[in-house]
Write a protein that binds this ligand. Structure first.
Ligand code: 5GP
Length: 187
């Protein structure tokens, strides 16, 4: 990632707004409604993949109408600032709760190569959940290397580097309420 001064704000880095705040809120409502229907009569454990999934989780869960609990796990996909995963993500913070016999829904910010979520699914499957599905806010299908079944997708996006709404640029700008595309000269 190119150098930038976070004190100058996001504007010099922004090529375009990809998903607006109101589009994000509307989609969270739709996904939450769909999840509530699909899990009707059951309880769901939402697992947030830190840190990128935080904003999405907190907005999505407001629209879930079945009993739900949350837990968090952190995965290091690759070196901070790197653009793509190398296929060997590592769990750096594990869950607090047991997922055995529970309906688990992973809440992820973006699926790119798919290596991160594939690895997480592999690990969690060994803990014998009743079901295990993935809800990804963004999907970059064109960059997929590992097969990952996504049950819920917020937005299909092109191969562009995005930030905001939980997604970072060198750990900054996760707090933006919209998703922006990084100017190519900063890749
Ligand atoms: P994967 O293992 O699917 O290649 O990588 C998934 C992770 O890469 C995401 O959870 C996210 O942390 C990071 N990532 C992939 N694409 C982008 C992007 O366009 N912007 C940002 N900020 N992070 C990304």
């Amino acid at each position: 990632m190119a150098n930038f001064d976070p004190h100058k704000g996001y504007a010099p880095l922004l090529a375009e707004t990809l998903v607006t705040e109101s589009q994000l809120q509307m989609r969270c409502g739709e996904l939450g409604g769909q999840i509530s229907e699909d899990y009707a009569g059951r309880e769901v454990l939402l697992i947030c993949i830190l840190r990128g999934g935080v904003m999405f989780l907190t907005d999505l869960m407001r629209h879930i109408r079945v009993p739900c609990q949350i837990d968090m796990m952190a995965v290091q996909s690759y070196g901070l600032g790197a653009r793509s995963s190398n296929g060997e993500p590592r769990i750096t913070l594990d869950l607090n709760s047991s997922i055995r016999d529970r309906h688990v829904l992973l809440v992820e910010d973006i699926v790119d190569s798919g290596h991160t979520i594939a690895q997480v699914l592999k690990i969690l499957q060994t803990r014998e959940p009743a079901s295990l599905k993935v809800c990804a806010l963004l999907n970059k299908q064109s960059r997929r290397q590992a097969h990952v079944p996504l049950s819920y997708v917020g937005f299909e996006i092109e191969d562009k580097y995005v930030f905001g709404y939980g997604l970072d640029l060198d750990e900054y700008f996760r707090n933006l309420p919209f998703i922006g595309v990084l100017k190519p000269e900063h890749y």
